[in-house]
Design a protein around this ligand. Structure first.
Ligand SMILES: *[C@@H]1O[C@H](CO)[C@@H](O)[C@H](O)[C@H]1NC(C)=O
Length: 336
């Protein structure tokens, strides 16, 4: 009897595995970030058309732009909408401000606009990080009060929230506020939004990192001695260091959504059209597969839709787009 049961379990497991493997992976997991810091960009409705004609299923915007959100009505395109960093202090301190934000920027658009996540701040650093948790809590309360259940609040972080990123299993959050944020995400079922840039890691350390490893090309295998997992690209190593930090924060069930990743095509070190195309196309393929620690599709947003001529900072910052402002592709990409 015991043997029979053992056999059935193995058989059932094999069946389940068979079913699991036959599920097509990678559907609807690649979006593109729609930054608007340019004075020559197409109209909001033209941009939404460009998403549709390229089969791009998801969009991230950094502010609740009424024109863009109206243009998205009825398209089914999934949306991450951002809360401006400079209002976090108000949303954190005043539940009524969070309620007004939801009333103005979410309520009029659901369900016609497929809002998936609210990014409560983007790459917040320093003292304002103390506002993230209470602002998320106030937004959650405002969503609940408005009976909006399908929209999850999170925050978008950059990799420096994690220390000891190598080997990936050593990753741990650098500050206690991230542990609290991770626990909140675990309780609400929202993912952590993480901006992941192998480009900046690569140009900062070309001595130790090969271009192939940074751009998903073959030739490098890096085993993690603690887990036995083998890394063949920098993106996976970076994402899994964040997963390791979530584990250590007691939030092992929280998923990561890669809320930005990209490569500039001009304006600086290793910024060419050819390398950018290689990175972005390989990123899109890779998003269907996931990481060694978390195999399976990983929802990923390419940064960015357009070159943005008013972005401050290094010249590369203005050259992350897959499209020129005249809607011509900088390089050909298959977004499916
Ligand atoms: C679009 O802009 C790019 C970059 O300025 C230029 O190379 C290209 O010729 C333009 N395409 C059209 C159709 O105007």
């Amino acid at each position: 009897m015991a043997n029979m049961r053992g056999f059935s379990l193995v058989f059932a497991a094999a069946l389940l595995l068979g079913v699991f493997i036959s599920i097509p992976v990678g559907v609807q997991c690649v979006g593109v970030c729609y930054g608007m810091i340019g004075n020559d960009l197409p109209s909001k409705s033209d941009v939404v058309q460009l998403y549709k004609s390229n089969g791009i299923t998801d969009m991230r915007i950094y502010l609740p732009d009424v024109e863009a959100m109206n243009a998205l009505r009825g398209t089914g395109i999934g949306l991450i909408v951002g809360v401006a960093n400079d209002i976090l202090i108000d949303l954190a301190a005043n539940p009524a401000s969070a309620a007004s934000w939801v009333d103005a920027n979410v309520k009029p658009f659901v369900p016609a606009v497929n809002i998936k996540y609210i990014a409560v701040g983007n790459e917040i650093s320093g003292e304002p990080t103390q506002n993230i948790l209470p602002a998320m809590q106030n937004i959650n309360a405002a969503l609940a009060a408005a009976s909006i259940t399908g929209v999850k609040a999170s925050t978008a972080v950059k990799l420096d929230v994690v220390t000891n990123t190598f080997p990936p299993s050593a990753g741990v959050f650098a500050a206690p506020y991230m542990t609290a944020v991770a626990k909140l995400l675990a309780s609400t079922g929202a993912p952590l939004l993480a901006n992941i840039y192998p480009y900046f890691a690569y140009i900062g350390n070309k001595k130790d990192i090969s271009l192939n490893y940074a751009t998903f090309q073959a030739g490098t295998t890096v085993p993690d001695p603690n887990t036995g997992l083998v890394y063949t690209n920098l993106f996976d190593a970076m994402v899994d260091s964040v997963y390791a930090a979530l584990d250590k924060a007691g939030a092992a069930g929280v998923s990561i959504v890669v809320s930005e990743s990209g490569w500039p095509s001009a304006g600086g070190d290793s910024a060419t059209i050819d390398i950018a195309r290689t990175y972005v196309q390989n990123l899109i393929e890779h998003a269907k597969k996931g990481t060694p620690k978390r195999p399976g599709a990983i929802e990923t947003y390419v940064f960015a839709m357009f070159n943005e001529n008013q972005k401050p900072g290094e010249a590369t910052e203005q050259n992350f787009g897959a499209f020129y402002p005249n809607k011509t592709a900088v390089y050909p990409i298959n977004f499916q």
